[in-house]
Design a protein around this ligand. Structure first.
Ligand code: NI
Length: 228
């Protein structure tokens, strides 16, 4: 399931993140430092040194916002989240076709994370740059994603994807991976649909007994499919 989530960061949070990324002491490094053997030859961008306190501070801000975002929680069902990273594309930089590595070591913790869901959070306005589209191949063909600042896209990490060259201006984004409680994308999508339907029925104060049954189905499916 490919899902766009509007306003994952609010205007204040965006301002803080952008101020930091534009500051002279932002520790930008070559993006290939975190690429695997498949990604490295096709990756051409810059990212904030993920081991820096700078990255931790900004990453915590993003995580704090997402932890409180009901659509993100319902759609992704996060178990473990890789600390968000930050990247920059300018002057023709791009990231060719690749599939994200299946397993990652969470820096500093030694814990492993299976990448079930990939996420890109757009940090500046689409009018600020030309190109820089995230193209994702999914079941229904190729999706071209270029979202307003603060919006997030989540998609299965099994998808082939690329970022087209940025030919004018600068593209700033945050990106990270999630190990979901529910590994299978189709099961996760079904739970999301069910949750949304229950929420709609709750708002409408529909028949209470039927809502209870549906809520029970949701939790019993989640119990059946989740791994912790
Ligand atoms: Ni990728």
């Amino acid at each position: 399931m490919l899902l766009k989530i509007a306003a994952a960061l609010n205007a204040d949070q965006l301002r803080i993140v952008r101020e930091h990324l534009h500051s002279a002491d932002a520790p930008w490094v070559d993006g290939r430092v975190t690429a695997g053997y498949q990604g490295a030859p096709v990756k051409q961008n810059q990212q904030i040194d993920e081991h820096s306190p700078f990255a931790h501070q900004l990453g915590d801000l993003v995580l704090g916002a997402l932890e409180r975002h009901p659509t993100f929680i319902s759609a992704v069902l996060p178990n473990r989240v890789y600390p968000p990273m930050f990247n920059r594309y300018a002057g023709g930089m791009h990231f060719g076709s690749h599939i994200d590595g299946a397993l990652r070591l969470i820096p500093g913790s030694g814990a492993k994370l299976r990448t079930d869901v990939s996420a890109t959070l757009f940090l500046n306005a689409p009018e600020d740059y030309d190109g820089g589209e995230l193209q994702i191949e999914d079941t229904y063909g190729e999706q071209t994603i270029k979202l307003p600042a603060g919006d997030l896209v989540v998609y299965p990490s099994s998808s082939r994807h690329r970022v087209t060259p940025v030919t004018r201006g600068v593209r700033l984004a945050s990106f990270f991976w999630v190990q979901s409680l529910v590994r299978d994308d189709a099961q996760r999508a079904l739970l999301f649909e069910l949750d949304r339907a229950v929420q709609t029925l709750n708002v409408a104060q529909a028949d209470a007994a039927a809502r209870l049954q549906l809520t029970g189905c949701y939790h019993n499916l989640l119990r059946m499919w989740s791994e912790i």
